[in-house]
Ligand binder design. Sequence first.
Ligand code: UT7
Length: 320
Amino acid sequence: MTYSRILGVGSFLPEKRMTNDDLAKVVETSDEWIFQRTGIKARHIADDFDTTSNLAVKAARRALQQADTAPNEIDLIIVGTVTGDYAFPSTACLVQQKLGITNNCPAFDIQAACAGFMYAMVMADAYIRGGLAKKVLIIGAETLSRIVNWQDRNTCVLFGDGAGAAVLGASDEPGILHSKMCADGEFASVLHMDGRMNNGEWNGAKFINMDGQAVFKFAVKALSEVAKDTITEANFPAEKIDWLVPHQANSRIIDATAKHLGLPREKVILTVAEHANTSAASIPLALDEGIREGKIKRGQHLLLEGIGGGFAWGAVLLRY
Ligand code: UT7
């Protein structure tokens, strides 16, 4: 039986770090308000050169190195992003070119907002198990700072930029054990950026719009359920989860999900304080930090989970 395993992980954060106090000089807010409501202390902000594809490439190079994989060994590239460099071509095609991959492997983006990296992982797993690919580069990369309204304190305090990547490879040993991906377009207007190009003019919103309380309420319920469903369907007891690696949007949402699973905070990888919400990049950034800090070790069981605009959400159970 063929499984897909994580061969290597890497991430990249732009150099510029903006604290809550820095933000309080721009909008009417405070470190106390932001930290109490979200657990965020700081976020990283891309400079003009840090396009989403450039962040993605920096994370990808690290993941390839960790996986001991040459760029041309990659036979599929999937990038989860809502802030791709262009409407088209895809960021994945730009990544392919910048990494010097010349084997004509397929490359495409997935748009599932904050769930984008998990969606990419599940698709990569299906390609590998179906025999269509042997080594897949999956990336979550975002420059959300370019689509937040820096005058809107309801949203601008929440987001940051960054990228995370993983190389998945075919293996006789698991690997990805089980996953459950969900979406409900009924909630499209709760968290969205509904602007678009129309005959050469931008129509509609230019920035992220969010009903924070509605997202919060739905997120706690949906994530608790999907996390439970994923391990139940895999017949995997919660107490055997070594690490919960959640989407890093809000520490209160993360705490609620962990509590529902009966997991103590010591088993949760928490990076929201320093990264803020980096959408599709948040889970691989957390995964990479957990590995580099020596918390996550080979052979351990991880549960990834997260939700974003759509709503699109899900969870992945895997053996690292
Ligand atoms: O990937 C998924 C992405 N999104 C999320 O996960 C977001 C989920 N939602 C949340 O995390 C929370 O709803 C927020 C952190 C966004 C907001 O927290 P809240 O407890 O729901 O606050 P609220 O929106 O009900 O606002 C409470 C008050 C309001 O003032 P009044 O009307 O009570 O006077 C807001 O105007 O806090 C005010 N407020 C702020 N004050 C200082 C809103 N934003 C700020 C701010 N600083 N940045």
